[in-house]
Ligand binder design. Structure first.
Ligand SMILES: Nc1ncnc2c1ncn2[C@@H]1O[C@H](COP(=O)(O)OP(=O)(O)O)[C@@H](O)[C@H]1O
Ligand SMILES: [Mg+2]
Length: 312
């Protein structure tokens, strides 16, 4: 270590796959082993983790629980159509620059040639957006950078992201290059509303998150909904799985399962019954066509099957 530099604090990194599993469990995130392996490798190899899957399967939550579990800052970039460098990386604080010039004029200052530009295009007038914040040198451990729903951004933005993720650096022409001393932990998510380019995927470790099995979803429900019994949680998971096997416009995600479980618990249910399911389907299905379809067809049978699936 060079003298004169403060010692670099040790960075908290999970040492094994089991440690990743424990870390996730500690944040009430129920993960299967393949996901824990992907997370472990992404962190160990300093590669971005690309999580793809249907809406509501727990992709965004991975970024959040990693930051919390590792005690890192979470920097989130929510992608949308038209997202550009100004909103993702940096932007000049135009209003402040103008004000600065006006105040200098009012004071009757006449700056030397070029000095005014140098001043107003300095770090003080730079608005740092998530990607720049994530690369900025920090004295602590590098943050978790969550680039959420990349499939919503335009393809040009993807190309730009590829550049940043290859050398973890960004150049602001007027100021210089910001390079991460240690790369952040990067989690990208996609709901697969369109295919993301191979080039970007190649930079990342790819992991598909599927809907959970009935057992796992029951476990997630018990972890996340306080006071719910094992019987109700199991019946809910079985019922939701039966919906996902059907051709619906929009299948319920885990978020909907948890909403529904909370609703049923609030109503004092300890088991599913046909009436209460009919009354609360709106917590689970968010399209009238789907609600109508499920209510009309074999609701009683579905409830009976879900009840039979769980041993009491
Ligand atoms: N494996 C899991 N364990 C615990 N909670 C989960 C799990 N997966 C999803 N959730 C919960 O389900 C909800 C939806 O997850 P989210 O990460 O927003 O989904 P996505 O980003 O895939 O659309 C969140 O409230 C999250 O806490
Ligand atoms: Mg999400």
């Amino acid at each position: 270590m060079q003298s004169g530099h403060p010692p670099v604090p040790p960075v908290n990194i999970p040492a094994s796959i089991d440690e990743v599993s424990r870390l996730l469990a500690g944040q009430s995130y129920v993960a299967d082993r393949p996901l824990a392996v992907s997370i472990f490798l992404a962190i160990t190899l300093s590669k971005p983790l690309f999580l793809e899957g249907e809406a509501g399967v727990g992709k965004t939550e991975v970024g959040k629980v990693l930051a919390q579990g590792l005690g890192r800052r979470l920097i989130r970039l929510q992608c949308y159509e038209g997202l550009d460098v100004n909103h993702a990386v940096y932007e000049w604080n135009y209003a402040r620059q103008i004000l600065h010039i006006r105040l200098a004029e009012a004071r009757g200052e006449v700056p030397a040639a070029g000095a005014a530009e140098r001043e107003i295009f300095g770090p003080e007038f730079l608005i740092k957006r998530p990607l720049l914040q994530a690369l900025e040198a920090s004295d602590g451990a590098p943050p978790v950078l969550l680039i959420d729903e990349i499939d919503r951004a335009d393809e040009e933005f993807e190309a730009f992201l590829l550049e940043i993720l290859s050398d973890y650096a960004v150049t602001v022409p007027e100021v210089g290059t910001f390079r991460a001393a240690q790369p952040p932990i990067v989690v990208l998510t996609s709901n697969r509303t369109r295919e993301v380019h191979d080039a970007l995927k190649r930079r990342c470790l790819y992991h598909w998150i599927d809907y959970p099995t009935v057992e796992r979803e029951a476990q997630i429900t018990q972890t996340r909904v306080p006071g719910i019994g094992a019987v109700l949680a199991g019946q809910i998971a079985a019922f939701v799985a039966s919906l996902r096997a059907d051709a619906l416009y929009k299948h319920p995600g885990i978020a909907e399962t948890l909403d529904w479980a909370s609703a049923l618990t609030a109503l004092g249910q300890t088991e599913l019954d046909e009436d209460v399911v009919a009354d609360t389907l709106g917590a689970l299905l968010k399209y009238q066509e789907d609600v109508a379809k499920v209510s009309r067809r074999d609701l009683a049978e579905r409830v009976a099957q879900a009840r039979a699936a769980v041993a009491r």
